[in-house]
Design a binder for this molecule. Structure first.
Ligand code: ZN
Length: 351
């Protein structure tokens, strides 16, 4: 297999070293933590102190960006907390433009954090935890729990104190729904907890074939002229014939609901060979590929009303600085820096 297609021999062994992220339950701000993982909603900053505003605006229109995902990704040999934030501009005029999708790394490095990490390492020695205690990507990856094949359990709803039953008016019911909406974290996209599992290649889900790459397989493009046509009704046969795209689809079909892929030193799973990203990734010096956002994330985050003017990326790669050089830290030990983002856009003539 060529290098550009990546080395996915894992299919034969049935499991890969990649961690997959899946959409979990809706989350309110109170349930989120800077050491946890979520998609949509708003970023949770270290010590509630965000980066310079210039890092969280669109480089095209200069409006505030919306959060796609926040991931806790501590590194095994580092004694500080570390998170990645991936943002997009939701203005349709900025789609497909460089700088409309950005990634930031945040760290907190101080005595308190060091103490906590040391204590966690000491605690993790005994083999008493069958289930990971947090949804932390780094914990699953690098903690003692990383060897476990047990997926993160779906968080259960907190136990709610039962109120005495009483007749409820329709208006009151409605107001309750509204209240519930208010508990969402603000931000363009509704917030959900991210669940993490190791990638398995058990069985392809034929039912969901192609469903999250927006290709209409019912309509084979056997008309050669259709490839050059721009009408909306045409399936882009060139995408289906693209070996990189075919490979992408093959891998995704094993776990069609994956919204992101994580590994420190991730093998890229290219969406297309028709742009510069495969070359750019190959040429990355002093950077480590770490996260790949998958198109299923769009389906999870966008409501029906958003789709018409919605996101149009196929996949997003984030590569962080090798050796994880610390950004400049403030007096509390908190700092942020921008990381490399590569976007493969959806083929323009795929609906
Ligand atoms: Zn913009």
């Amino acid at each position: 297999m060529s290098d550009s297609e990546g080395d996915f021999d894992d299919i034969e062994t049935g499991v890969s070293s990649v961690l997959l992220g899946f959409s979990g339950k809706e989350a309110s701000k109170g349930e989120l933590n800077v050491l946890g993982n979520h998609i949509g909603g708003e970023p949770i900053w270290f010590q509630n102190k965000g980066p310079d505003h210039a890092l969280t605006i669109c480089k095209v229109c200069e409006k505030d960006l919306d959060l796609l995902a926040q991931l806790s990704c501590p590194l095994p040999d580092k004694d500080y907390d570390r998170a990645l934030y991936i943002f997009t501009c939701s203005d349709p005029n900025c789609r497909r433009k460089k700088g409309s999708i950005r990634a930031i790394k945040g760290v907190e490095s101080n005595d308190q954090v060091k103490k906590r990490i040391m204590a966690e390492l000491a605690e993790e020695e005994p083999q008493n935890n069958l289930v990971p205690t947090s949804g932390n990507l780094g914990d699953l990856l690098f903690g003692s729990s990383s060897k476990l094949k047990i997926p993160e359990p779906v968080p259960t709803a907190p136990i709610v104190q039962k109120e005495p039953k009483q007749q409820m008016s329709y208006a009151k019911k409605l107001s309750q729904y509204k209240k519930r909406d208010f508990t969402y974290v603000k931000g363009k996209y509704g917030c959900r907890i991210l669940l993490v599992e190791e990638e398995y290649f058990d069985q392809k889900n034929e039912d969901q074939k192609y469903s999250n790459v927006k290709i209409d397989t019912e309509e084979p493009a056997d008309d050669p002229e259709s490839q050059s046509s721009n009408t909306d009704n045409v399936v882009d046969a060139s995408a289906i014939n693209d070996p990189m795209f075919s490979h992408f689809v093959e891998i995704v079909e094993y776990n069609p609901d994956q919204v992101l892929r994580y590994e420190y030193g991730l093998k890229p799973l290219y969406y297309s060979s028709k742009d510069d990203i495969p070359r750019e990734v190959n040429e990355l010096k002093n950077r480590v590929l770490e996260v790949q956002l998958m198109p299923q994330l769009i389906s999870v985050l966008e409501t029906d009303e958003m789709i018409a003017d919605g996101m149009e990326w196929g996949t997003i790669f984030i590569a962080t600085e090798k050796d994880d050089i610390l950004p400049q830290l403030d007096s509390n030990g908190v700092g942020y820096t921008e990381e490399w983002v590569g976007v493969q856009w959806e083929q323009e003539n795929i609906r």
